[in-house]
Design a protein around this ligand. Structure first.
Ligand SMILES: Cc1cc2nc3c(=O)[nH]c(=O)nc-3n(C[C@H](O)[C@H](O)[C@H](O)COP(=O)(O)OP(=O)(O)OC[C@H]3O[C@@H](n4cnc5c(N)ncnc54)[C@H](O)[C@@H]3O)c2cc1C
Length: 496
């Protein structure tokens, strides 16, 4: 019988550094089978969107290369994870299995079933926290309950022990040879067909992203050196490069929040600037933690209103409006620029995510789940916790959400956060020659201004598909109509 090996099951932790599962497997001294499973069969797993599949391809390719450089390859299998592990256990060669945890309900159920099966068959199985600063169940109210409001959540999280120091990447790994994997057939990365071909709509993405752990390290270093100092003021400006753009790397675990936390603190302690900005940046990681806390305690975050009052909300079905929004053709430059940035790069600036999401939900009264699904399919960082939590936050239906009556005016948002119109001009070249004074509201331009800029409203660029003031009134009325469905506030009983 061939030698026994340890399996490291990679999932949303596609890195060698600060990978507790990999580190524990390496410590076992057994030869390693580094495994990725493309599972499209297990019940309840949300299929990845197109842009995230593109990202995953590059991320797996980078992981494979990094593992090979250290002496172990990446074995890719396709199929349901439970039957695959049953096969691996039956082969008798798997001695131990290690993975880092996931937090969606279907993933937790699947991992628990696999752990139970392996344990019954005598295969030791260990799981770790590889993707959060604190486990979602560690942060609670003083009564031990899950939290619903961000500020006390983040305060409670910060009052816990400091996040553990990140683990260094193993310098060398002992790969299992020959692989004896119970009759299971490894497949090539290419055969998974994760990247689009005809048409290759992701061709332009390469200009913006270097997928993989090395790309993440470089991006983190650049951010700390160039943008941490000034992050607090700059982070709302889509016309600047002021945020980290680490979101897809965090989504697929090419960098861990502990690595970011530790590198940020070292940067600040070595007097390289950003002292006053690190707290703000760290609190954004806090929003990520909060989103995972919500997902863990409310598994149907992507499909069900957090506040049941919104179950009665009179959403409007309007295919033409939905498509205009998706294609960046609403006639509101700030909205259209964001939707086009998303399509061209697989990413959108946070401020513009809020503006575009608010426009869909409040100006068009289209159900937030439509927008969530579109972002899910088009974002390279499409995240099972951050995406639904953020959509519900914007819609007003979420935990600690923005109040529904706060309706962004896309013109004022543009004037405030893209004051010279640079962002809009980058993504909507057909109106780039309009003067700054009307760049966020082309319908206010004079005939002479439109002529001089070569803009024919309704032809080269759309007229607004809804009027802001009227849409605002309609949204407020719709919201008022749902109020009646709220459970009545109990009256105080007065003692006479
Ligand atoms: C409608 C909507 C949908 C969103 N969908 C996603 C999504 O699918 N995936 C995703 O990672 N983020 C999502 N966000 C949150 C946020 O917009 C992105 O995380 C951020 O823009 C990523 O850019 P960055 O890495 O430069 O952020 P930075 O400002 O550099 O922040 C650092 C990290 O903190 C985390 N973070 C920042 N803001 C938030 C936030 N509001 N909520 C949760 N985590 C946050 C991210 O992991 C981010 O990479 C969404 C926001 C909105 C309004």
């Amino acid at each position: 019988m061939s030698e026994k090996y340890a399996i490291v099951w990679f999932r949303n932790d596609l890195r060698l550094g600060d990978n507790p599962a990999l580190a524990a497997a390496a410590r076992s001294g057994l030869p390693l089978l580094c495994l990725y499973i493309r599972d499209e069969e297990s019940a309840g797993l949300r299929p990845l969107g197109g842009a995230a599949r593109w990202w995953l391809h590059g991320s797996l390719a980078a992981l494979e290369a990094n593992l090979e450089n250290r002496g172990a390859g990446l074995t890719i299998l396709a199929g349901g994870a439970l039957p695959i592990f049953e096969g691996l256990a039956a082969s008798g060669a798997a001695a131990r299995v290690y993975w880092n945890r996931r937090y969606g309900a279907a993933e937790v159920a699947l991992d628990s079933a696999i752990k139970t099966m392996l344990t019954e068959k005598g295969v030791a199985c260990e799981s770790f926290n590889g993707s959060l600063l604190h486990e979602p169940w560690e942060v609670t109210t003083s009564a031990g309950m899950p939290m619903k409001v961000f500020t006390p959540f983040w305060r409670a999280a910060q009052s816990k022990r400091e996040p553990a120091s990140p683990l260094t990447a193993p310098k060398s790994l002992k790969g299992a040879k020959p692989l004896k994997i119970g009759g299971l057939k490894p497949v090539s990365l290419a055969s998974l067909k994760l990247e689009p071909t005809k048409p290759d709509w992701a061709k332009g993405f390469h200009e913006y992203w270097t997928r993989g752990e090395d790309g993440a390290r470089e991006r983190l270093g650049d951010f700390l050196d160039e943008s941490l100092d000034g992050y607090t003021d700059g982070r709302d400006r889509p016309d600047k490069s002021a945020t980290s753009r680490l979101s897809p790397y965090l989504r697929f675990g090419e960098v861990s929040p502990r690595q970011i936390w530790s590198a940020g603190q070292q940067h600040v302690l070595s007097d390289r600037g950003g002292e006053s900005d690190f707290g703000k940046f760290a609190s954004e990681l806090g929003w990520r933690e909060f989103s995972y806390h919500l997902l863990f305690h409310h598994p149907d975050l992507a499909t069900k209103n957090f506040q049941p009052r919104f179950d009665e909300f009179p959403w409007v079905e309007n295919e033409a409006h939905l498509e205009a929004w998706q294609r960046g053709r609403t006639g509101y430059p700030m909205v259209d620029a964001g939707m086009r940035e998303l399509w061209a790069t697989g990413w959108m600036h946070n401020r513009v995510r809020m503006i575009t999401a608010s426009f869909l939900v409040k100006h068009l009264l289209i159900d937030w789940r439509e927008g969530e699904q579109w972002f899910w399919d088009t974002l390279v960082d499409a995240d099972p916790a951050n995406n639904p939590a953020s959509w519900q936050w914007v819609a007003g239906s979420g935990a600690d959400a923005a109040p529904y009556f706060r309706i962004f005016n896309p013109v004022l948002q543009g004037e405030k956060f893209d004051p010279k119109g640079d962002y809009v001009r980058r993504w909507i070249p057909e109106i780039a020659k309009l003067p700054d004074s009307v760049i966020h509201e082309p319908w206010e331009a004079s005939a002479a201004q439109l002529n001089a800029a070569g803009v024919a409203l309704g032809k080269t660029y759309p007229k607004p598909i809804v009027d802001h003031a009227a849409a605002r009134e309609r949204a407020l009325a719709a919201f008022a109509a749902t109020k009646g469905t709220e459970p009545p506030i109990p009256k105080r009983t007065r003692r006479s």
